[in-house]
Design a protein around this ligand. Structure first.
Ligand SMILES: [Fe+2]
Length: 408
């Protein structure tokens, strides 16, 4: 399968290329891992998981004389080790596959740590369904010699092959070289900027600088002036937000924020690459994805809380408590990780939150899907074209004028 296969459009939310510390490639016709004994295959099913659905995925030696086979169906997942005609059950789950047309899956082989993992959604520990550790006597050179993956192409759509196995929790908060400590690395509490993919690093450089802030010498009260505009009837933010809120269905009046864009759409990103987003107290976004693009988000004012989802339409978040980012914090999105999220201003009584987001497709993303998808009111995946409520320079002028006239 070619990486630019147009059939991948159904899986555009994960146009995998590079993720931090993961070098990736599209599944090829050779069905070879990039490195013997390790890798992740991400895939989805071509048909619904009905009660009579069953299929298998195996990792094998090149001659398929032995390997590991996973049987998957609605009732259970069952892992075997096989050699010739002989097969031994290693592990069986009590629950099978979900029948969810939006779901996708991953299988990770890690011969160095003698571990086999299966998960639903983004390939990461948080979406793990089961793991099986081989004993040292079981494995020896067996796992290292598994070079191929095999599946029924009528039932399984491979989406991506990652070079490196799923092993560690991947931190959401990014730190640059001058902030990163030895303890940060030892505890894996932060994502070193240098470990973002090359586009992620570029985006970081764009927005993480000391002077990339709201309040500058020219307008030292900019953040406060935006708060004033949000809170004051007749002001631009208040009225624009009110119109948005009035147009929302019942119960979603707080699912609103402002998109203030910087510059033009240069064809490298879904919508305009830089967007300043303004989140009034307690307001939130839909659960959405990011067109398989890279993104950086920096908090300029207030706090934002991020809930992550395994895939769009997944029944629940896997970090229900949310990850909260404060002023100056930076978080990231890659084509393979952190794609599915909901943002919330966690402070119902204020302050508002203001973030800057910066987006860019991967260099080899030939699809340039231009929409963010979300789950609409009818529970269907729906496309959203990232738009603009106002250009940044115009916005700044409006806010300044309102601020200067506030007591008149
Ligand atoms: Fe987003």
């Amino acid at each position: 399968m070619s990486h630019s296969n147009p059939n991948l459009s159904v899986t555009r939310e994960i146009r995998f290329k590079q993720t931090p510390m993961l070098r990736t490639a599209a599944p090829g016709s050779s069905n070879k891992f990039l490195i013997a004994g390790q890798g992740v295959l991400i895939f989805k099913f071509k048909t619904a998981v009905t009660p009579d659905f069953s299929t298998e995925l195996s990792f094998s030696k090149a001659d398929n004389s032995e390997g590991i086979r996973l049987i998957m169906n609605a009732g259970y997942l069952k892992l075997f080790r096989y050699k010739g005609q002989h097969a031994e059950v290693l592990f069986e789950t009590a629950k099978g596959l979900p029948n969810d047309k939006n779901a996708f899956f991953w299988v990770s082989l890690d011969s160095n740590n003698r571990c086999y993992r299966f998960g639903t959604g983004e390939a990461r520990l948080e979406t793990l369904v089961f793991e099986y550790f081989f004993s040292s006597t079981q494995s020896n050179s067996f796992l290292h010699n598994l070079t191929d993956y095999n599946f029924n192409a009528a039932l399984i759509q491979p989406m991506r092959l990652l070079r490196d196995p799923v092993q560690n929790h991947v931190p959401m908060k990014v730190k640059g070289m001058d902030e990163l400590t030895i303890t940060d690395v030892a505890s894996a509490a932060f994502m070193p900027k240098a470990n973002l993919n090359s586009i992620g690093q570029q985006l970081y450089e764009n927005v993480a600088g000391k002077k990339f802030v709201l309040n500058d010498d020219d307008f030292p009260d900019f953040a406060q002036a935006i708060e004033y505009s949000i809170a004051t009837p007749g002001c631009w933010c208040y009225e624009t937000l009110k119109t948005k809120s009035d147009n929302k269905p019942a119960g979603l009046s707080k699912q609103i924020y402002l998109r203030i864009t910087l510059g033009q759409n240069g064809g490298e990103s879904p919508g305009i690459p830089y967007v300043m987003e303004v989140w009034p107290p307690g307001c939130f976004s839909s659960i959405h994805n990011h067109a398989g693009a890279n993104a950086l988000i920096r908090v300029l004012h207030g706090e934002i809380k991020v809930h992550l989802y395994p895939y769009l339409g997944a029944p629940k978040t896997y970090n229900p408590e949310g990850a909260v980012f404060g002023k100056g914090d930076v978080t990231w999105i890659s084509p393979t990780l952190n794609q599915f999220h909901q943002l919330v201003n966690p402070n119902p009584d204020g302050p508002s939150c203001i973030t800057i987001q910066c987006y860019m497709y991967d260099a080899d993303d030939s699809g340039h899907y231009g929409y963010f998808d979300y789950i609409g009111a009818d529970n269907q995946v729906t496309s959203y074209e990232p738009g603009s409520d106002c250009d940044f320079l115009k916005f700044r002028k409006i806010i300044r004028k309102e601020w200067e006239n506030r007591n008149k």
